[in-house]
Design a protein around this ligand. Structure first.
Ligand code: NAP
Length: 295
């Protein structure tokens, strides 16, 4: 079975749009997301465009901050601080990766936690670990949404997360081990010995390593659920762009066969953008002193 991201992401965006309308009626303004994009990385440009389109769909205002590739550390921090102070901005997203001369951790740490809609600051990661109210990073949040949408139980299940990045692997592992999810999680990385063992024992596999087709169907249980986070550009002369997008997971049957698999493209990526919209709404409501449920 294919676990498409189309229907769940649409359902989430529809819900955000309806609530954004209520927000506007109540506060006479729309929620507002500022997207800071330094440089001209082509993959990032596509992501920024998709976010802008989603904002339009969800009745969320967007502020595009396009900066030169060679922007200095001081100027970029100054820009983020200006957005922190800007009353009409509810969410700030700094598009990664940043140009090489900039330290991403330092720049992200300058975002006010209540506007950190990507959930990447130490404050929001800390909230996640301590199971307190904060902003949960968009890709892990989108993964949970897709699991719930398709009725996939996590309680008591063995889950193997491949990849320990700060934006996907670590937060999804932490979320799945929370008391509300009760999974037993193994977090693998490039130095894991015998990853095949953990993969074969997992009911659910989450691939977030960034290597095209590095995990294959022979490595997992025949009826495993596989959430493929990877988005890899591989050369493809048949495409106008010259490349195709591939996930980290390789399976032979187009419909997944006995496996339940998220496709790439059309899977987790769509959920990430929809979750960003939801986080912007959450942040807008909290800044006005209410929770989304109180709209
Ligand atoms: P990242 O920062 O590139 O880190 C990759 C992780 O994978 C590292 O922890 C690395 O281990 C581990 N790794 C590499 N090879 C491995 C192997 N053979 N076995 C097990 N672990 C291995 O990762 P990321 O930023 O999370 O991105 C991962 C992929 O997801 C990329 O393709 C990215 O484009 C995609 N992505 C998609 C979305 C979405 O919305 N769908 C969002 C974010 C990212 P070490 O720590 O030991 O180096």
């Amino acid at each position: 079975m294919l676990l498409s991201g189309k229907e769940p992401s649409q359902s989430l965006k529809d819900s955000v749009r309806e609530k954004s309308k209520l927000f506007e009626q109540k506060f006479s303004r729309k929620p507002c997301l500022a997207v800071v994009f330094a440089g001209n990385n082509p993959a990032s440009a596509v992501y920024v465009r998709n976010k802008k389109k989603a904002c339009e769909e969800c009745q969320i205002d967007h502020l595009d901050i396009n900066l030169e590739e060679d922007i200095s550390r001081e100027e970029l921090i100054g820009k983020v601080e200006e957005l922190n102070r800007d009353e009409k901005v509810d969410g700030i997203l700094v598009q990664l990766p940043l140009p090489k001369h900039l330290n991403e951790t330092e720049i992200i740490s300058c975002i006010a936690p209540e506007k950190d809609v990507d959930g990447f600051t130490n404050y929001n990661l800390g909230c996640l670990l301590s199971e307190e109210k904060g902003l949960v990073s968009c890709t892990p949040k989108g993964i949970l949404y897709i699991l719930d949408y398709y009725g996939i139980e996590t309680s008591g299940k063995n889950i193997c997360v491949m990849g320990r990045s700060r934006i996907v692997g670590k937060p999804i592992a932490a979320l799945l081990t929370q008391k509300s999810r009760n999974a037993t999680v193994t977090l693998c990385h490039s130095k894991t010995e015998n990853a095949e063992f953990y993969l074969k024992n997992a009911d659910i596999v989450i691939c977030a390593i960034g290597k095209a087709h590095a995990v294959t169907e022979e490595m997992v249980k025949e009826d495993a659920v596989v959430i493929d986070v990877g988005i890899n550009r591989v050369p493809d002369a048949s495409k106008k762009s010259g490349y195709a997008l591939q996930g980290d997971f390789c399976y032979s049957r187009e419909d997944g066969g006995k496996l339940s698999v998220t496709p790439v493209p059309g899977g987790v990526g769509l959920m990430t953008v929809a979750s960003l919209m939801e986080n912007t709404l959450i942040s807008a409501c909290r800044r006005m002193g209410i929770e989304v449920e109180e709209l």
